[in-house]
Design a protein around this ligand. Structure first.
Ligand code: TXD
Length: 310
């Protein structure tokens, strides 16, 4: 059986680390593409040489030519500029919109059946734009944010309780911005909601740290943004699609009325498989979280509307 093929667009921090995780897990062969000449080829060759030590049989190649991406099962888009200290994700809007739009036009004709996973910020708007430009079924264009935001939430919960992270399931919904919505009712340690384990005051502090999770790292790095946990999060989505596992993950998905969101993208739980989003999962939220999700969705919509002015 031939192996699956994943193209990662953008061979920067997130793109290269994602490519590394995918080949090391032997999920698929990877094509790494970037505008910078030689750089994706060099990183791919370096990773290929690590196979002798790591022991993986999957292959990675680097290129600057979209013809080499033909027939991909999954396309991951990480190309764009990243935040610098003091910048919000929204500040990246205009530059990244033209980068992502250009990439979609070039790549989709070579892989018309691929599932597209967008990573570039501002995430929800870039995912919407990628779908609009692609003209493909919106179920096959999804964005990565919720898996990362939930992973950050889980990390802080495990640290707070000094418990194993393996026992923590955490959920963050909404847009990938300052108004994202950590959901304590559905965040559990071995099935026990954190509301029974952590004081309301401490939960609020952890929620705030989660919302600022990306900015905290940007402030420390000073020259770029997070990439290890983002790459792990994209890889989890790629794996769910390639294995057709129907894993339920919080993803940026196209909504048609679910959660009161119509005709644009927002972070909600969804089952992922070969066709992309195979099912949106509608869960009951308490009034406070419902309102917070509405606010977050309206922030996304406001930014989408800004985009059409660009
Ligand atoms: O949760 C999430 N969705 C995110 C999003 C988590 C982390 C990072 N997030 C965003 O991903 C971040 O705000 C950026 O918008 C992207 C990529 O972040 P990364 O840290 O990987 O940025 P780099 O290292 O600057 O890499 C970007 C690469 C770089 O190599 C450029 O040469 C390339 O993108 N690039 C392009 N490649 C192909 N085609 C075009 N047009 C292009 N333009 C730039």
């Amino acid at each position: 059986m031939s192996r699956k093929k994943v193209t990662v667009v953008g061979a920067g921090f997130v793109g290269a680390t994602t490519a590394q995780r995918i080949v090391e897990k032997q999920l698929a062969d990877v094509v790494l593409i970037d505008v910078v000449e030689g750089m994706p080829q060099g990183k791919a060759l370096d990773m290929m040489q690590s196979a002798a030590v790591e022991g993986f049989d999957t292959e990675i190649t680097g290129t600057n030519n979209y013809a080499d991406t033909a027939g991909s099962d999954v396309i991951v888009i990480t190309a764009g500029i990243a935040r610098k200290p003091g910048m919000s994700r929204d500040d990246l809007l205009t530059t990244n919109a033209s980068i992502v739009g250009g990439i979609i036009e070039q790549i989709v004709p070579h892989s018309p059946n691929a599932v597209v996973i967008v990573v570039t910020n501002p995430l929800d708007v870039m995912t919407y734009l990628a779908w609009k430009k692609s003209g493909i079924d919106p179920k096959r264009v999804i964005g990565m944010a919720g898996v990362l935001d939930s992973a950050r939430y889980a990390c802080f919960i495990a640290q707070e309780l000094n418990c194993s992270i393996k026992d923590v399931r955490a959920m963050v919904l909404g847009g990938h911005g300052d108004s994202m919505v950590p959901v304590p009712d559905y965040s559990t340690v071995n099935g026990v909601p954190i509301t029974q384990l952590i004081s309301a005051e401490r939960i609020e502090a952890i929620n705030t740290r989660t919302r600022n999770g990306g900015a905290e790292i940007v402030a420390l790095l000073k020259t770029g943004s997070a990439y290890y946990a983002p790459a792990s999060s994209v890889t989890a989505m790629v794996e769910a699609v390639l294995l057709n596992s129907n894993r339920i993950l919080p993803v940026c998905a196209y909504l048609t009325g679910e959660y009161g969101v119509d005709d644009f993208y927002c972070g909600v739980p969804a089952a992922l498989g070969t066709t992309g989003v195979q099912k949106i999962i509608e869960i009951k939220l308490n009034d406070e979280d419902k309102q917070a999700l509405q606010r977050s969705a309206s922030d996304v919509l406001a930014l989408i509307n800004k985009l059409s002015l660009v």
